[in-house]
Ligand binder design. Sequence first.
Ligand SMILES: Nc1ncnc2c1ncn2[C@@H]1O[C@H](COP(=O)(O)OP(=O)(O)OP(=O)(O)O)[C@@H](O)[C@H]1O
Length: 285
Amino acid sequence: MTAFAHEAAPRPAVLQAQGVTMVFGGLTALNDVSLTLEEGQIVGLIGPNGAGKTTFFNCLTGLYTPTRGRVLLDGSVMPNDPAHVTIAGVARTFQNIRLFPNMTVLENVMVGRHSRMKQDPVSTLLRLPAFKRGEAAARERSRELLEFVGLTRSENEVARNLPYGDQRRLEIARALATDPKVLLLDEPTAGMNPQETEATRQLIFAIRESGVSVVVIEHDIKFIFSLCDRVCVLVQGELLVEGSPEVVRADPRVIEAYLGKPPEEVEAEVREAAAAVEHDKGERS
Ligand SMILES: Nc1ncnc2c1ncn2[C@@H]1O[C@H](COP(=O)(O)OP(=O)(O)OP(=O)(O)O)[C@@H](O)[C@H]1O
C-alpha cells in the first residue's frame, strides 16, 4: 500500500470547460474559466450576483457560444445548439422555472422524454403500433421519474397549480427524462423552506447514485458545502478558488469576496456551514 492509497483516484472527466470566455459588447461576463466535472461528482458553483454563473451554464448548454474557449463532453467538442446538447447528454434546470404551465405534471415529464424518442413520422401520423408502444414506454418512464422525485400524487395536476418547491422538483424530473450524463441545476432550492431544501439535497445525492454527474449553482453556501465534492467560486467572471468544500471555506479570498457581505457575517455563515457538515458526517457514520 502506498502512502497515497487513501486518496481517491481521479475518475474520467465527463464535462470539461476549457478557457471559456464570454464577452457581451464591452462586458466580459466570463474570463478564461476552466472546470472539469468527473464522473459521479457533484460540483458546486457559487459567487456573488452577476459573477457569471448562469452565463457559464448557458455556455455549457449551447445557449451561448463562448467568445473564446471550448466545452467538451466525454472528450468531444459539445454541439453548439441546446437541442443537440440535450441529445448529447447534458440537461439543465433554470433559475426562473420554465415548465409548461398549462400541461399536467406527467405531460411535462413526457415532453422531456420525447427528446430521447426516435419516432418514424409515418408511424406517428398514422398512430401505428410502434408509435403507441413508444408512447406507453415514455409514459412508464415518466411515471418512474415522478416517483423518484416524489411527485406521483400530483401526476394529473396542472403544473402551474403545484407549490413552488414541487415545480422545482418537476423541472428536475423533466430534465432527467432526457437521460442525461450531466445535470446542471441553477438555484434548485431558491424559495424553498428548510425541509424542502433538505429533501432536494437528498434528491441530488440520489441522482448522483443513479449515475448522473451534477453541477449546481446555489447562493446557500451551507447547502453547497454539505452537498458537493468540489466547489468553484466565480467572482466578476473569473474563477477565484476551486477545491474541496474544506479548502474553499477556509480560503480568505472567499471570505473576503463572497457575496459582498460584511466579513463577520460571511465568517459566521461559513462556521455554521462547517458545523452542519460535521454534524451531518457524524449522523451518517
Ligand atoms: N445576454 C446578455 N447580454 C448582456 N449581458 C449579459 C447577458 N447575460 C448576462 N449578462 C451580464 O453578464 C454578467 C453575469 O451575469 P450572470 O447572470 O451570468 O450572473 P450570475 O452569477 O448568474 O448572477 P445571479 O447570481 O444574480 O443569477 C452580468 O453583468 C449580466 O448583466
